[in-house]
Design a protein around this ligand. Structure first.
Ligand code: URP
Ligand code: ZN
Length: 484
């Protein structure tokens, strides 16, 4: 089966040029001007549109069992909604409970993902430590294409990793040639501040940001980065939401450390005033961690994306229905943490980034797709629009407008945190490994069509961190009388 995308302007992370694109089976086979359509090829008209690599969301949580319930978007609904918005691959998370073998948890998540509508991969979380964890990290990295291990520095009493776990896990990650990723909030402080809020009678969603202030994120970001520096492993900070955290990332990059940071589309445009909404249900829908911040932090996030200090955008899509959020009606600490965004990430970044001049179209491609592929070592299979790459391609109409709403979105969740936002720049067609899965409002995603993405170990950034670390090696001094 062939597809020709005709008459568009190709935008990659490096270049912008007029070209047609031909796909054959699952791959891109030609990119160039005035290409001849292969016989029987499906034609996608891209006149007046930009043709770009499909987006990669490197942080999602489909059907995650979390805080006593399960995230509502699953591996069928979430990735299908994602493809309508231009995202063709997700990297989700396997999160084992304390004492659960990592490999068992991985198999469980792989089973859930059999219905995936788009391509997917998994970071695996290290939530506890013993020899079996060490062994399973090896099995996952060497035999199952897992090249990143996640650590939650928050969620005390549940999945939080303490410094001892971080040290053990980072050492093992370095040995295996993988990266480490971090949810950076000091869980001890969060638990302390939550208790204080409740004692003061603050039970509503406004207690959520007050118990997770930027300082809590800044401390944890710096700590994780410093531990990674000592051990010599590349570190990727997920959902960097504050200037405090970004300052730690910038400082590390300025001293030459291999550190990456990710920004959520939500944190770029939503601020902490949402938690004071008089309607409890609305306020509760914004409860996610790290929380939304005072507006000034948004500038720091944008500057980081503009300057290359932050490399990727994600959504951390972890959506809960209004009735699930009700679990915390009288205690904000029990509101399931998480928001949606998977479907809207790219249009939000275009509207507030490209349309405002904050980022170029080429930066848009880098920040929504190519950089994630490079960091997680799946480039140029993913995140690339060139012959030989997977035919994950989107057609973007820069003139088309849309009003974001839960009434029209494809996600299962019954609330949209961008409700009512007008955007100009909309995805009109999506190819997922050569199949048209979305075109002009017609959803053609198929249950089970998504494939698992193997991510090889020992990528360039792992090698870079290893070489830098070798320079710290201590050379012993030979002294007279030393034992041979
Ligand atoms: O609130 C959030 N972010 N929920 C999902 C789990 C996590 O912390 O990433
Ligand atoms: Zn997180």
């Amino acid at each position: 089966m062939s597809v020709i995308i005709k008459g568009g302007t190709v935008v990659t992370a490096e270049q912008t040029f007029r070209a047609d694109v031909i796909t054959e089976g699952e791959k891109i086979v030609a990119v160039g001007p005035d290409l001849q359509a292969p016989s029987g090829a499906e034609v996608v008209d891209a006149g007046g549109c930009y043709v770009m690599p499909g987006g990669i969301d490197p942080q999602t949580h489909m059907q995650l069992p979390f805080m006593g319930t399960n995230a509502i978007d699953d591996f069928a609904s979430g990735p299908a909604a994602a493809m309508s918005g231009g995202t063709t691959s997700i990297i989700d998370f396997v999160i084992p409970g304390k004492g659960e073998r990592l490999y068992d948890a991985y198999k469980k998540w792989m089973g859930w993902a059999e219905k995936a509508t788009a391509d997917y991969s998994f970071h695996v979380a290290v939530t506890w430590w013993d020899d079996s964890v060490r062994e399973d990290m090896g099995i996952l990295a060497n035999e199952h294409g897992v090249n990143s291990f996640k650590h939650f520095l928050a969620y005390k009493g549940a999945i939080m990793a303490d410094d001892e776990i971080l040290v053990q896990s980072f050492e093992r990650a370095r040995e295996l040639g993988t990266m480490v990723t971090i949810h950076a909030e000091n869980g001890e402080l969060v638990a302390h501040l939550q208790k204080k809020m409740l004692e003061e009678g603050i039970t509503g969603p406004e207690g959520h940001p007050a118990s997770r202030p930027p300082e809590v994120e800044g401390e944890a970001t710096n700590r994780a980065i410093r531990i990674a520096e000592m051990i010599g492993v590349p570190v990727y900070i997920v959902h960097t939401s504050s200037k405090d955290a970004m300052d730690a990332v910038v400082a590390a990059r300025m001293r030459g450390q291999v550190v990456f940071s990710e920004v959520l589309s939500q944190h770029l445009v939503v601020d902490d005033s949402v938690y004071r909404n008089p309607d409890w249900r609305t306020a509760a829908h914004y409860v996610m961690s790290p929380p939304f911040r005072p507006k000034k932090h948004q500038d720091a996030l944008w500057y980081a994306l503009q300057s290359g200090m932050a490399q990727t955008t994600a959504t951390d899509h972890c959506s809960f229905l209004t009735k699930q959020k009700q679990m915390g009606r009288h205690d904000f600490t029990k509101i399931p943490n998480g928001t949606g965004g998977l479907e809207d990430r790219m249009t939000i970044l275009w509207q507030h980034g490209v349309n405002t001049g904050r980022i170029t179209m080429n930066q848009f491609v880098a920040l929504t797709s190519s950089n994630a592929a490079k960091i997680f070592n799946i480039y140029p299979k993913k995140g690339c629009l060139a012959p030989g790459a997977d035919a994950d391609v989107i057609v973007w109409d820069p003139e088309k407008t849309r009003t974001i709403s839960a009434k029209t979105h494809k996600q299962k969740v019954d609330f949209n945190i961008f409700e009512g936002m007008e955007v100009q720049g909309v995805n009109v067609a999506t190819l997922s490994r050569g199949k048209v899965t979305w075109k002009d409002g017609d959803m053609r995603a198929e249950r089970g069509a998504g494939k698992y993405i193997n991510r090889p170990t020992n990528g360039v950034y792992v090698q870079q961190a290893r070489k830098l670390h070798e320079q710290r090696k201590v050379i012993p001094v030979k002294r007279e009388g030393d034992k041979e």
